[in-house]
Design a protein around this ligand. Structure first.
Ligand code: PBG
Length: 343
């Protein structure tokens, strides 16, 4: 491509703009690509009929039938994995969260149904007590308000085993108790579930970005707990301090050593540096969770007509991928897949 010699031409061998001239050229040099295959779709299930979630416009609490239909729609768009969260009726909640391992509970029913209708879609389950805890904590709270580590891990093992028995492909502990990955791995293996994977929420921060999710599940930690206990109204004694980055490496390496198959950083958008740091210290696949608050900020701004929803969503997901995430949990999964397909 010959250019007229011009007296204003700078003497410059490097012109990065040469690589941005046309769509074909930009396509050749593109470093990161986003595909539907790397998206994981979080879904809420409950006992009632399908109902919209006020705090998360565009998201639903699904009935069992509604859940199935939605997974079918997502699969048709190329989504290969879903993660399930239950909204549990208060009458099933307790201080010890025993409903978490009830084999007749909502989650095992949903797993069985989904695996029979869509055997190729990976079903991922959340391992933590908060949806089942009358205290709204991921673990068991004692009389002094402490969240008990080792006792909680025992219950988490029962929960993970029950989920594996129901057919879960991947169990995903999101509770942040110490040692839970090793304990869950041991429990699964001892019971013959060597093929069930563990996706560990390794670097899960105590984040205000989870607000809408807690509204969706009615699972916010309660400052005055059951039995008149004085509970912490936050999760700061188990989830990570947003100020810490090196600590995320400690958590990730522990989970790797304990047998995690995939590690996770959560939230995603405000923690891209954490994702990037972990790429340097582990060879395990890295997941990132674009959480409810991140979803809501984009959704609300686009409903207000202030931003271009499609462009912002695809850019946010691309940025998370560029930072080093191999897969992304996002409430936008089917919508993003649709947009990617038409691109
Ligand atoms: C709880 C759990 C939370 C989320 C996923 N699992 C909330 C919390 O830790 O309080 C948040 C997801 C989101 O905000 O989208 N085990």
């Amino acid at each position: 491509m010959l250019h007229e010699k011009n007296e204003f031409n700078l003497d410059m061998p490097h012109r990065p703009r040469r690589r941005r001239r046309t769509p074909a050229m930009r396509g050749l040099v593109r470093e990161t690509r986003l595909t539907a295959q790397q998206l994981i779709y979080p879904l809420f299930v409950h006992e009632g009929p399908d109902e919209p979630i006020d705090a998360m416009p565009g998201c639903m609490r699904w009935s069992m039938d509604g859940l199935c239909a939605e997974v079918g729609r997502a699969a048709a768009l190329g989504i290969c994995a879903v993660v399930l969260f239950p909204k549990v009726d208060n009458k099933y909640k307790s201080t010890t969260g025993d409903e978490a391992y009830n084999p007749q509970g909502l989650i095992p029913k949903a797993i069985t149904r989904l695996k029979s209708e869509y055997p190729d879609v990976l079903v991922i389950t959340d391992v933590a007590l908060d949806p089942y805890s009358s205290d709204g904590h991921d673990g068991i709270v004692d009389q002094t308000g402490e969240i008990l580590n080792d006792q909680t891990v025992q219950v988490l093992c029962k929960q993970a085993l029950m989920q594996a028995q129901a057919g879960a492909d991947i169990v995903a502990p999101s509770d942040m108790m110490d040692g839970r990955v090793a304990a869950i791995r041991q429990t699964l293996d001892a019971n013959g579930y060597t093929n069930v994977s563990i996706m560990s929420y390794s670097a899960k921060y105590a984040s205000a970005f989870y607000g809408p999710f807690r509204g969706a599940l009615n699972s916010a930690p309660k400052a005055s707990g059951s039995n008149g206990k004085k509970n912490p109204g936050d999760k700061l004694t188990y989830q990570m301090d947003p100020a810490n980055a090196r600590e995320a490496i400690t958590e990730a390496l522990l989970d790797e050593a304990e047998g995690a198959d995939i590690i996770m950083v959560k939230p995603a958008g405000a923690y891209l540096d954490i994702i990037y740091r972990l790429t340097g210290v582990t060879t395990l696949p890295i997941a990132a969770y674009q959480v409810s608050g991140e979803y809501l900020m984009i959704k609300a701004a686009s409903e207000g007509g202030w931003i271009d929803e499609k462009k912002i969503v695809l850019e946010s997901l691309l940025a998370i991928t560029r930072a080093g995430a191999d897969m992304i949990l996002t409430y936008y999964a089917p919508q993003a897949a649709l947009w990617l397909n038409e691109a």
